[in-house]
Design a protein around this ligand. Structure first.
Ligand SMILES: [Zn+2]
Length: 48
């Protein structure tokens, strides 16, 4: 699983909490908190 963080508001998209993994979201996905586009998200390394 992976986690992506919104650089603007620090919202975390955690794959486990959604039906769709971040990588498979469409280009029109917007951060639910600040409405930033996908491009404002950065991948977060998850410790094993
Ligand atoms: Zn955001």
């Amino acid at each position: 699983m992976s986690i992506h963080r919104c650089k603007r508001c620090n919202y975390l998209y955690i794959d486990e909490e959604h039906e769709v993994p971040f990588e498979q979201l469409g280009d029109d996905y917007k951060c639910p908190k600040c409405r930033s586009s996908l491009h404002f998200f950065v991948k977060k390394d998850t410790p094993k």
